[in-house]
Design a protein around this ligand. Structure first.
Ligand code: AMP
Ligand code: MG
Length: 403
């Protein structure tokens, strides 16, 4: 049976990134940059004031104290967005606000709170303290130098990166196209949520759960009609899926029962199976194959198995389609609050809840049909076969939810 890393490598090695497209920066949250962004300007673009106060020559205030204030003549006022045409000559100052450009001749800003004006002579500003050269000044280019690469190609645009790009004047970015992911659920027992359950029926939940994961991974989910366990229905929906989508993710029907028809239907349509079964729990039966230039990920039907195999084996592929450099779940250190054991012969991705202090608890019953423990989890701990870890053991937690 294939191990997880070899399965991941085999999947990723077959993936050619999708075309680039340009999207407005406002719509670019979560997208993966296709090329690095180099700043065309300095940020800030000019020296400016960090305070409401007065532009001064620091030298003029070298002996200022509250008892012996330096008196400066006020020669002008610069609102944010204005520019000053004159110089600050020795013995003079200019009124400034946060963000006002620093006028020529000034090399510091004294904050308003350290000054007093003379009611009898409003143009006379008394400075009650000294300032150092460049104090309270935000220097041109100290945040970003013109020509610096800010976000590398293959990186994801977070909210803060989007803000940074707007600050250097970017309006649109080139990103990898979103893969269209067809979600197909097989099983004659499945009913659409919202309808009445008959005897022996259950609500179909994999497509909606997985479509949330597809969105989180930057893909565009397309929900396909429910498939009952006949060759005809399986073939028809698979064919529709390959026509409409870049990637097809099916659930159910990949085990060994006589109603497990996904592999046979896929091959009947001309698909080439690459592998079936990965040494992991949950999720041993897992089909990966290629139909022309498109891919089939055949996930097990049990909702937790489908979810976990998606995170470990499908999510990396969706990210790679978009040119992402980091494709695997991020790994975070934690300390086990409960003992953990894997007595089986496959590695077990155990559902855990990581608390804010880094302690890691079991999220509940670990059977692959137990959805409530998945909903209570925010991470997975990958425990090798035949292993027992005591409480207090440090572990790596694979995270897909931050809370
Ligand atoms: P299968 O892999 O088709 O044998 O399904 C394994 C188990 O998962 C069965 O108990 C199914 O009823 C259940 N199951 C399969 N597909 C879904 C689905 N889309 N939503 C909820 N449960 C499912
Ligand atoms: Mg089934």
């Amino acid at each position: 049976m294939l191990n997880v890393e070899d399965a991941q490598k085999q999947i990723l090695s077959g993936i050619t990134p999708l075309a680039e497209e340009t999207v407005p920066l406002r719509e670019a949250l979560g997208r993966i940059l296709a090329a690095p962004i180099v700043s065309p300007i300095d940020l800030p673009p000019f020296d400016n004031s960090a305070m409401d106060g007065y532009a001064v020559a620091a030298q003029d205030l070298r002996n200022s104290t509250a008892a012996t204030p330096a008196a400066l003549r006020l020669i002008g006022r610069i609102a944010a967005g204005e520019v000053f045409q004159n110089r600050v000559l020795p013995g003079t100052c200019v009124r400034l606000f946060t963000g006002s450009p620093l006028p020529e001749g000034a090399d510091a800003v004294i904050m308003q709170e350290d000054t007093r004006s003379d009611p009898a002579d409003p143009a006379k500003i008394l400075c009650l303290d000294t300032v150092k050269s460049w104090e309270n000044i935000r220097l041109k280019g100290e945040d970003v130098k013109c020509g610096t690469a800010l976000v590398a190609g293959g990186e994801r645009l977070t909210a803060s990166r989007v803000g940074l790009l707007a600050a250097i004047g970017v309006t649109g970015v080139s990103v990898g196209r979103k893969p269209v992911v067809g979600l197909m659920a097989t099983g004659s027992e499945l009913v659409e949520p919202g309808q009445k359950l008959g005897p022996g029926q259950i609500y179909e939940s994999n497509r909606v759960g997985l479509s949330a994961l597809v969105s989180q991974a930057g893909g565009q989910a397309r929900i396909l009609p429910l498939v009952n366990d006949t060759m005809e229905s399986t073939c028809a929906t698979l064919a529709q899926a390959f026509n409409e989508c870049d990637v097809v993710v099916s659930t159910g029907g990949v085990s060994v029962g006589e109603f497990d028809l996904v592999k046979a239907a896929f091959e009947k349509l001309g698909g080439k199976l690459a592998f079936w079964k990965v040494a992991m729990k949950p999720g041993k039966p897992f089909v990966f194959g290629k139909w022309r230039e498109k891919f089939l990920f055949g996930l097990p039907g049990n909702p937790v198995s489908a979810f976990v195999t998606f995170l470990i084996l499908v999510r990396p592929a969706l990210l790679r389609f978009q040119r992402a450099t980091a494709v695997h779940l991020s790994s975070h250190p934690g300390l086990l609050a409960d003992a953990l054991a894997n007595r089986g012969d496959r590695r077990h991705f155990v559902r855990v809840k990581v608390e804010h202090d880094g302690s890691v608890r079991l999220a509940g019953i670990q059977a692959s049909h137990i959805l409530s423990s998945l909903a209570g989890a925010n991470g997975l701990v990958d425990i090798p076969p035949a292993t027992e870890w005591p409480a207090g053991q440090s572990v790596s937690v694979l995270r897909w939810e931050q809370d």
